[in-house]
Design a protein around this ligand. Sequence first.
Ligand SMILES: O=C(O)[C@H](O)COP(=O)(O)O
Length: 257
Amino acid sequence: MANEDANEGAAYTLILLRHGESEWNAKNLFTGWVDVDLSEKGRAEAERGGQMLAESGLLPDVLHTSVLRRAIRTAEIALHRADLHWLPVKRSWRLNERHYGALQGKDKAQIRGEFGDEQFMLWRRSYDVPPPPIADEDEFSQFGDLRYADLPPELLPRTECLKDVVGRMLPYWYDAIVPDLRSNKTVMVTAHGNSLRALVKHLDKIDDETIAGLNIPTGIPLVYRLDEDLLPVTPGGEYLDPEAAKSAIEAVKNQGR
Ligand SMILES: O=C(O)[C@H](O)COP(=O)(O)O
């Protein structure tokens, strides 16, 4: 972690943790809202994430997760490792991964081969081009999934671009996470590649083009110290293991190649 001076002006601490490798990350499949579990490597990453937390002395007071198993399990394993398994937890669909539409369940390399590099990257990383919507009867659709039963039907996505994720994630940021920060709690958010990209875009005020080049690695805690205005004291935050983050970011970037 950075020295104390680098944290001058910090009022709040926010820890972001992308879930460990999932079974579908390992198979290189578009996942989105499909509720797959962690791979063995993913469980080990979560464990290591928890160890990093414990060693850094950063102790979250409250946990926010999505309603997807890979994020829930990652937090469970990491917090257990840090002896913080008892932490209060709040969950919301608004922290879910980006809904990948009709690409859910499809092989990334195959889609890249079929549609070409440009279209593939537009779907993966453009700010405002969503993949085609998923049909309600598709085996990987979330239509009829009990956990979304209370959601007004018009809010259940059939596909999303990152802009859509920013739009549905921000109300949760303002209504649930910010109040915890303002009451001086160290907040941990365990979520997904693209929901965390949406949050980082907001925190660091990253423009719509630049965000395409930002990738979040699995299982490595990213710590933001925020000032009174909730602006990062160190732009981009700090990974608890910056070296491991660098190579893991490259791996995410090159998925489907
Ligand atoms: O939903 C997925 O497939 C991954 O979690 C994120 O994938 P991406 O890096 O291709 O956006």
